[in-house]
Design a binder for this molecule. Structure first.
Ligand SMILES: [Zn+2]
Ligand SMILES: [Zn+2]
Length: 347
């Protein structure tokens, strides 16, 4: 066992604090990663506060991990000491079900093993990336190509793949009109990636406050959804809408913005069920869909794509001591667009 420093949530109601945790010994198929940067995802906050169900504490969140391999197991073939690597939202899956076999481990029929707060296959509770080191099975470790700095790469492991995967699956590209709902951590990556794919990109945001930013990040158009005219003007326009907002929105109104055969894909998940007017699906053969992160192969493809196009997240790097402040600022939408913890400050 390796004892390492980490920032953990002691309970659902207390602030996170510096502590130590145990990492397992490096097994034959494991790599030991010295974490350099860990992104803060909105879901970290929901999870540690118990919003999505009870947790085992202390809990170390963090599933946007970028670092360097410092040790490898005897049977490891994919990575070597010194490699720049990343770990995203999952660290294991059954490997045998039809979805795992298809390289869609995130949809493992036995349930993928989350990077933190999940029961690992050895029965222990996984602990995430707000830490100096992590031991992960090599199959769930991806390579961060030269050309992306580790700090701006970290958020790609959740925010990047969560938006890349539906854009890729639903064929965003030249000649396609794509709308991104919400310009936050996920939304800003969706804009960058959709633009790099060659799509005509529109941001649909509550107000025009971030318009200048949106256009700078690669959007071609920017509309305020608080303006009723937006919904009449854009009716029947988009081939694909990616909804990154976790709050409840009027899905039926957004469905009306889709062209024939268009799809509205939710990557944000409100806690409550959403009502949908089925006529808005029928009249236009439209789809309302969801998408969760991406498989390991696709995550590597996304990182390669981002390196090729010079894409990284827009970040604010913070020391670990600022994690609790960062949580409050995320809840107040006061970040452009992702906090990244410099894990050297955990030492
Ligand atoms: Zn996340
Ligand atoms: Zn499986």
């Amino acid at each position: 066992m390796l004892t390492v420093n980490a920032y953990a949530s002691p309970s659902a109601t207390e602030p996170l604090a510096l502590t130590t945790i145990e990492r397992r010994d490096v097994g034959p198929h494991d790599v030991l990663i010295e974490i350099k940067f860990a992104g803060i995802c909105h879901s970290d906050i929901h999870t540690v506060r118990g919003d999505w169900g009870p947790q085992t504490y202390p809990l170390v969140p963090g599933h946007e991990i970028a670092g360097i391999v410092t040790e490898i197991g005897s049977a490891v073939t994919k990575h070597t000491v010194g490699d720049r690597v990343g770990v995203g939202c999952m660290v294991n899956s059954c490997g045998e079900c039809v979805n795992c076999q298809a390289g869609e481990e995130q949809y493992c029929l036995a349930g993928n093993t989350g990077t933190y707060g999940a029961v690992d296959r050895d029965g222990t509770i996984t602990q995430g990336g707000y830490s100096t080191h992590v031991v992960v099975a090599e199959d769930f470790v991806v390579t961060i190509p030269e050309g992306i700095e580790l700090d701006v790469a970290a958020p790609l492991l959740c925010a990047g793949i969560t938006t890349y995967s539906p854009l890729n699956h639903w064929g965003a590209g030249p000649g396609k009109k794509v709308a991104i709902v919400g310009l936050g951590g996920l939304g800003h990556m969706a804009v960058k990636i959709a633009h790099a794919m060659g799509a005509d990109v529109t941001v649909l945001s509550q107000s025009l406050k971030k318009q200048e930013d949106g256009l700078r990040l690669g959007a071609d158009h920017y509309y305020a959804t608080s303006d009723e005219n937006t919904f009449t003007e854009l009716a029947g326009t988009f081939d694909l809408i990616i909804n990154t907002v976790s709050a409840a929105i009027d899905i039926s109104a957004y469905l009306q913005l889709l062209s024939l055969d268009g799809a509205l894909v939710n990557v944000g998940a409100p806690a409550e069920p959403l009502p949908v007017n089925v006529f808005s699906l029928i009249m236009g053969r439209r789809s309302f869909a969801g998408s969760a992160i991406g498989g390991i192969r696709e995550t590597q493809e996304m990182l390669n794509f981002c390196a090729e196009h010079g894409l990284g997240a827009e970040i604010e790097v913070i020391p670990a001591a600022k994690i609790n402040d960062a949580y409050e600022r995320i809840l107040a939408s006061d970040v452009r667009y992702r906090f990244v913890i410099d894990t050297a400050t955990l030492n």
